[in-house]
Design a protein. Sequence first.
Lengths: 315, 278
Amino acid sequence: MPEEKVRSSGCLFFMQKDFSMTAKKTEFKKNLVAYSFIAPNFIGFAIFTLVPMVFAFILAFLDWDGSPYNPMHFVGFKNFANLASDDQFLAAFKNTIVYTVETVPLTLIMALILAVLLNQKIKGRNFFRTVCFFPYVASMVAVAAVWNMLFNPGMGPVNEILRGFGVQNPPGWSADKDWAMTTIVQFSVWKYMGYYMILYLAGLQGINPELYEAANLDGCNGWQRFWNVTIPQLSATTFFVLVMLVIQCFKVYDVVYMITQAGPGTATLVMVYDIYNKAFVYSSFGSASAEAIVLFALVLIVTLIQFRGQRKTEA
Amino acid sequence: MQVVSTKQKIIRMIVYVLLVLCAAVMLLPFLWMLSASLKLDKDVFTFPVQWIPKHPRWANYHDIWTEIPLLTFVKNTVKLTVIVTLLQLFTSSFAAYAFAKLQFKGRNTLFLGYIATIAMPWQVYMVPQFVMMSKMGLNNTHLAIILLQAFSAFGVFMMKQFYTSIPTELCEAARVDGMTEYGIYFRIMLPLSKPALSTLTIFTFVNTWNDFLGPYIYLTREELKTIQIGLRMFITQYSQEYGLIMAASVVTLIPVLIVFLSLQQYFVQGIATSGLKG
């Protein structure tokens, strides 16, 4: 081989060059094939998601009423500064936080309890799973309509039952400014816990059964097994559920629209509702986008905090 | 042993009682809806609740089609949902195959870009998106809804997680046999990804069917409206027609129920294997 190489080095050099060119060509072709797989999704995604995302950051610094005849003005941070003295925004900001703080732990705990119950070997397990998941897939407008009737302050069956138990003045639910938020939180927990239950079920099924056997050998009872095996083993699932839930709560809109229309007053006005009003009712696109950026910052901050917390518990 | 088994029996009893209670809380609103949909408006709120109406008023289910343009709403929603779901399934799984099984320039950067956008709620950029769509003349068209729903990063992420769990040797063997990448995708990957595709179908179907804010922003002409905004409009206008509202609500639940029940066997499995938990 070495002599050959020396003898025909010129030829080999030529061949090598030729070889590397075909290699480049095949790599180019390979890239092209891969891009052709991605293109249908990416083109749509880039135009209809990425471009508006970038535009959102620009719009937040402009003063514009959305009309093609009126020019956009660059106003710097004025839209953000205005938010600080905007009562609607301040109410929406506070309510969004309150809604999130109340809904997240309730949904998470209910989902975990349901998942643990439905992970047992019991009869009718699939039936119960389906039932618990159904509110999540059910059409929002339909279940909100039935909820409004069930919780109708005057004649709804829920208040009739409460009166039957001797409650003199049952809550006014969606019509009462002190109860409206509770009504929305209740409805959200009911509607969404089935989804998070499924995530927890998937997590539970991923736990190694040997861990439970080891705990049994150590003489752990059911409660101890739950705290020392189940909960730590589910930490990755809990982290994911927490991130998803918080994001979902921050962007709440339809529940509020269908049950209280942000009322009474501004008792249940949330940020997305306010963004909608600013943009599509008051044609104030700049301040709507500024509020949207604040919403995004909130989501980002909370997600980053959770990521750091997750790292710490893992370390 | 005897002690343990009685203890276990008691625990089992408690589990059952809790589950029946939960199931009741989950199901009763639907049963009440069904029962109210067969009543006269004045009988809907009689107390104690008459779960099975003495004289079921089936006419409610007839009247909703004439009093509300429900058929138009249903048609529009079915059309949008089917198109969005098909596009979503195809484009996501197609792109996901490249991310999971092909080596190419810029793969990691592109995928990271996709992931980063999942954390950005649609509500953050819905206003500029509307401005852009209007400029393109897409306001008050179904195309707008299709374009904004059909290309999600979430679908790509989910399918990629699933494809990564399929052994790469399968693809390599097929490549040695001279199959093209397209052939591998269509003949090997797609048939294997039934659980993941079913999960994505349920998610996309449910999201599109139930989407409210998107159609609410874009579709203001009545003949374009979907069930969610159409039915909502009706509820605001005729808030006293309880029986009809409930009948229409029952009708809007049926398609989702059918899709869900026919695909649910894949569902838990699909979520587990596609590793939604990261």
